[in-house]
Each structure stands twice: as structure tokens, then as C-alpha cells.
Design a protein around this ligand. Structure first.
Ligand code: NAP
Length: 277
């Protein structure tokens, strides 16, 4: 049976590829983006496609888009929370406004959409929620404090609601990609702060070079990721956490190993706080 997808941020990158793959498989897609014309420019028009405006930071647009989706297709089977961007750079140089903006999109936007869609899925007693996180949500690194922490929030949120929603047949998966070839590292998407502090200049220049050199040269293929997401939406019991790409997998293994080594190294001090009463 064909599914109804609701996807955020389909105007470019992974969102566009996921929407195209779902349409190609014969499913119906509610394709949303900040510019409605950009959505139809990328996806064209068809009976199976409902394009609508949705900036995930706008609660009014979220509610209207979810309601319009139900009116058009009657249900939502798969929610893909894809919309997001990276605010990179050192924490001290980042303004509070920039921090809030990152969270408004990557965290509160994702939660607002999820909040609006869950009641429909709960009524249906079925659904899939796929949250596009990142391997940045597995370990904090220099230059990633804001983006890292926003994706940590996505990971924790996904794990928690997975437990709350499983009894209703709703499965949640946080998908954590490594580097994928989209506009993510392009100046049209990624953001850096402008308050240069000379103490960080050298390390930050190296950090920026590392990322600028990968812009549109990332190893991961977003078309293949889209196919994987279609598979995850079909398997009977999808994973709560899924890492995409060999670079992502290698990073996740390193993080796991380092965490275990650190826990082992400090074991005695950790258990020393147990009460003796
Ligand atoms: N590419 C990677 O290496 C990578 C790795 C790990 C995770 N991710 C995650 O993958 C997701 C998709 O990124 P991408 O790689 O496809 O980057 P992208 O090519 O820059 O696309 C980002 C998409 O998100 C949309 N968007 C941003 N803010 C939005 C908002 N407030 N409301 C609605 N849409 C919004 C953009 O819309 P506009 O066109 O209007 O700007 C665009 O469609 C993000 O959550 C990102 O954090 C990417």
C-alpha cells in the first residue's frame, strides 16, 4: 500500500532527494519548504505531490501544513524532519541570537512539527518518524558547540519519544549521516559568526579550511541515503539510531570506543559515590 510522506526542507539537498525517491516509488508526498515555488521547481507537480510552504520555525505554518496534509491525503505515514543547517565556529564568538536561531530550526522546529504530527499518527495507531540528526550529535568537537549540541538534542529527543510512541505502532529513528554531498557546507547554508577573537584565529582557520575543502566534495551520496530512508520506512522494526556513510560509521565506532575507555579509566571514582547507609 502506498504511504503518505511529510517531509521538511525539500527545496535542496537530502530533503529533495528523499521526496523524489518517495514519489518515484509511487508514494504520496507532502513536500514542504520555506519557499513554495522552490519546492515545485525541484519536484514539479503531480497528483501524488502536495507542495506547501513551511518554515519550521513558524508554528502557524506548521499547524497549517499538517492540517492541509490531512485534508489532502487523509493521513501521514512517514514524517521526515530534515530541515536544518549548521552554525559552526567557536562558542565564544557566537552570539546568543545565533545560538537561538540554530535551536529554533534544528531543535524547536523539529519538535514543533513532530508535536503537530503525532496526534494523527496516534489516531492511526501507526507511523514512522525519521529525524535527520548527524554524527555531530554523537560527539562534540572544536567548532561544533552549537550545531553539535542541537543534534545531541535531536538524538535524545528521538530516543525518548521512541519509547513513548512504540505502544501505538509509531517507530522513531534518528538518522545520523556523516558528510554528504549537499549544500550543507556551502555559504548558502552553513553559517559562521563574525565576531573574530584573535586567540582562536589559527585553530578556527584550520577548521574552516577543513570544511570549505569538503564543500560539494563529500563522499556520501544523498540519493543513496534517500533510498536507505525508504528502506527504513518499510522495515518492520527500524532502529532507533542509524548511522549513514562509512565515515559516519567509523566516527561512531571511535566515539563508542573512546567512551568505553573513559568509563573504564574512571570506574573506581565513578562508583565511589555510592551511599553506604
Ligand atoms: N550534508 C551533510 O553532510 C549532513 C550531515 C549530517 C546531517 N545533515 C543534516 O541533514 C539535513 C539536511 O541538510 P542538507 O545536507 O540537505 O543541507 P542543504 O542542502 O543545505 O539543505 C538544507 C535544507 O533545509 C532547509 N531549511 C533550513 N532551515 C529551514 C527552516 N527554518 N524551515 C524549513 N526548511 C529549512 C533548506 O531550505 P532553504 O532552501 O529555504 O534554505 C534546505 O532545503 C539537516 O538537518 C542537516 O543538519 C547533513
Amino acid at each position: 500500500m502506498s504511504k503518505v510522506w511529510f517531509i521538511t526542507g525539500v527545496t535542496r539537498g537530502m530533503g529533495a532527494k528523499i521526496a523524489k525517491a518517495a514519489l518515484a516509488s509511487g508514494d504520496k508526498v507532502v513536500a514542504t519548504g520555506r519557499q513554495q515555488e522552490a519546492v515545485t521547481k525541484v519536484l514539479g507537480t503531480s497528483d501524488n505531490l502536495f507542495a506547501t510552504i513551511l518554515d519550521v520555525t513558524r508554528e502557524d505554518q506548521v499547524k497549517a501544513a499538517v492540517q492541509a496534509a490531512i485534508e489532502r491525503f487523509g493521513r501521514i505515514d512517514v514524517l521526515v524532519n530534515n530541515a536544518g543547517y549548521g552554525h559552526l565556529g567557536v562558542f565564544e564568538e557566537t552570539t546568543l541570537e545565533e545560538i537561538r536561531a540554530q535551536y529554533d530550526t534544528n531543535v524547536f522546529g523539529l519538535m514543533t512539527v513532530t508535536h503537530a504530527v503525532i496526534p494523527e499518527m496516534r489516531k492511526q495507531r501507526s507511523g514512522r518518524i525519521i529525524n535527520i540528526s548527524s554524527v555531530a550529535g554523537l560527539k562534540g568537537v572544536f567548532g561544533g558547540s552549537i550545531y553539535n549540541s542541537s543534534k545531541f538534542a535531536v538524538e535524545g529527543f528521538s530516543q525518548a519519544i521512541a519509547e513513548e510512541l512504540a505502544p501505538f505502532g509509531i517507530y522513531v529513528t534518528a538518522v545520523s549521516p556523516g558528510f554528504f554531498r549537499t549544500d550543507f557546507l556551502d555559504s548558502s547554508s552553513v553559517k559562521y559568526s563574525n565576531n573574530a577573537i584573535s586567540d582562536y584565529a589559527k585553530a578556527l582557520a584550520e577548521f574552516r579550511d577543513f570544511h570549505d575543502n569538503r564543500n560539494h566534495a563529500q563522499a556520501g551520496d544523498p540519493r543513496k541515503l534517500a533510498d536507505v530512508i525508504l528502506q527504513l520506512a518499510q522495515v518492520e522494526k527500524p532502529p532507533v539510531s542509524f548511522v549513514a556513510g562509512s565515515d559516519g560509521l567509523e566516527w561512531a565506532m571511535i566515539v563508542n570506543k573512546q567512551q568505553k575507555e573513559q568509563l573504564d579509566a574512571w570506574r573506581n571514582l565513578s562508583v565511589s559515590t555510592d551511599g553506604t547507609w
